[in-house]
Design a protein around this ligand. Structure first.
Ligand SMILES: CCCCCCCCCCCCCC(=O)SCCNC(=O)CCNC(=O)[C@H](O)C(C)(C)COP(=O)(O)OP(=O)(O)OC[C@H]1O[C@@H](n2cnc3c(N)ncnc32)[C@H](O)[C@@H]1OP(=O)(O)O
Length: 136
């Protein structure tokens, strides 16, 4: 895969997308992790982070887990359970791990927590391997 890590425009992780989340990831044990402080521009209902933003954090963490392990795969299915509202202004800790692999199908899970460990949302993702040139 030939992605220029300094100029790509991924909404979640590009360092230069002006409206993006600019997430930075790291590997921690068998997980891929990031942190994000949602602002007022990320809310849905007043004071609560939009569920689509929370979903993006979870999806991206799983996608990055794979990207960082040289897997070229896309999200084929995503299930999110929103346990509690994510408050605007509170840091979210997000981590993803792989739970399985069968043929082209890779299964992962992710969770987003508050600093005190309270789980905000959990996700199950199914990713399908695609040829590297399909992702440019
Ligand atoms: C640090 C620098 C970073 C750089 C940038 C990083 C960017 C990171 C960006 C991250 C962005 C974040 C991530 C994103 O946002 S990724 C973007 C969002 N996702 C997409 O755009 C995917 C769109 N869909 C497709 O492209 C196709 O439908 C895919 C490729 C998924 C499959 O179409 P394809 O034509 O290839 O395959 P097929 O349909 O013949 O199916 C093949 C087999 O797979 C089985 N199957 C299919 N679906 C499912 C399912 N749900 N559960 C279980 N099984 C499933 C199916 O039954 C069949 O099995 P079998 O019948 O052969 O046994």
């Amino acid at each position: 895969m030939t992605i220029d890590e300094t100029t790509h425009m991924c909404f979640a992780c590009s360092p230069i997308n002006p409206i993006g989340l600019k997430l930075v990831f790291a590997d921690k044990g068998d997980t891929c992790v990031t942190r994000f402080v949602p602002g007022p521009q990320h809310q849905g209902w007043t004071g609560r982070v939009h569920g689509g933003i929370v979903t993006t954090l979870l999806d991206e963490a799983m996608a990055q887990f794979l990207y960082r392990r040289d897997e070229t795969a896309v999200t084929a299915e995503l299930t999110v359970r929103f346990r509690i509202p994510a408050p605007v202004g509170s840091e979210l800790l997000v981590e993803a791990r792989q739970t399985g692999a069968r043929g082209r199908l890779l299964t992962l899970e992710a969770k987003a927590c508050l600093k005190d460990g309270t789980v905000v949302a959990v996700a199950q993702g199914k990713f399908l391997r695609v040829p590297p040139d399909a992702l440019g």
